[in-house]
Design a protein around this ligand. Structure first.
Ligand code: NDP
Ligand code: 8X3
Length: 256
């Protein structure tokens, strides 16, 4: 049965690939991001007959998110699947050198934006007794690495918020899934390295990272399982990625 899929951050990476995946399945799409032209180009590239509504939206603007949901056009109001994908990392500095503005932007986008959208979409889903919220978390939620400080913290919020939603929604047929990818090649690193293409490219050099299409396939899969099956949390990494050992520093001497 045809569904209506709302994807935040659809102008690039996972969001754009999800748009292609759901469109290929014949679903209708509501696509939002800050870069409207990208959304329009994406909409034009989707199969004819696929219903698409695109809207410029900054998810950090609470009133804007509220207006966006209130003003969804006829035919795009009953959202069946919300993919809370819009998000970003900024910087790799250690916490004692990180830019507080970067931290705030990550919190505003990855945490607050995701909450604003969820809060607006959930009541309709509960009323219709139909819906699936797919949050895009990260391996950084569970596995800390140097420079991951606020980004990892924001994705840990996404993990726990997803669990909290499930706790609230027990007794309804609604589903909530937190998908936690590892190394994936998108514009993510270009954004994180603030436009430094060399540094961003280095992140993927010599690796076979996950692709945006890999993630889209997983998002599509969890939403197409039988209605009684809920994937709570799904963590995935490329085969070339794994965890490091505990770090033991042997140079502190008498300092501690
Ligand atoms: P991209 O940079 O390619 O895409 C990020 C998307 O988020 C863009 O469409 C961007 O659109 C949108 N976005 C960012 N800020 C806002 C905002 N304030 N309002 C609306 N949209 C916004 O990266 P990915 O596709 O990789 O990232 C998607 C999600 O996946 C993020 O949540 C990220 O944290 C997560 N993730 C990424 C991994 C990776 O290695 N790539 C691994 C694990 C998780 P625009 O700029 O047009 O607004
Ligand atoms: C993105 C994956 O490992 O760069 O969430 O944090 S990682």
């Amino acid at each position: 049965m045809k569904k209506c899929i709302l994807i935040t951050g659809a102008s690039s990476g996972f969001g754009k690939a999800c748009a292609h995946r759901f469109a290929a399945a014949g679903d209708d799409l509501v696509l939002c991001a800050r870069r409207l032209q990208r959304l329009e180009e994406l909409a034009a590239s989707l199969p004819a007959g696929c219903g698409v509504h695109v809207q410029q939206l900054d998810v950090t603007e609470r009133k804007g998110v509220e207006r966006f949901v209130e003003q969804l056009p006829e035919g795009f109001r009953d959202i069946d699947v919300l993919v809370n994908n819009a998000g970003l990392a900024l910087g790799m500095e250690p916490a004692y050198e990180a830019d507080t503005d970067d931290w705030e932007t990550m919190v505003d986008t990855n945490i607050k934006g995701l909450m604003y959208m969820t809060r607006q979409i959930l009541p309709g889903m509960v009323k219709r007794r139909r819906g699936h919220i797919v949050n895009i978390g990260s391996v950084a939620a569970s596995w800390p690495y140097p420079g991951g400080n606020a980004y990892g913290g924001s994705k840990a919020f996404v993990k726990q918020f997803s669990r909290g939603l499930l706790a609230d929604l027990v007794g309804t047929p609604l589903r909530v899934t937190n998908i936690e990818p590892g190394l994936a090649e998108t514009e993510f690193s270009l954004v994180r390295m603030k436009g430094d293409a060399q540094q961003a490219g280095d992140v993927y050099t010599g690796t076979h990272p996950l692709s945006a299409e890999d993630i889209a396939e997983v998002v599509y899969w969890v939403t197409s399982l039988p209605a009684h099956v809920n994937v709570n949390n799904l963590e995935l990494m490329p085969v070339c990625q794994s965890w490091g050992p505990f770090v033991v520093n042997r140079n502190l001497g008498d300092e501690v």
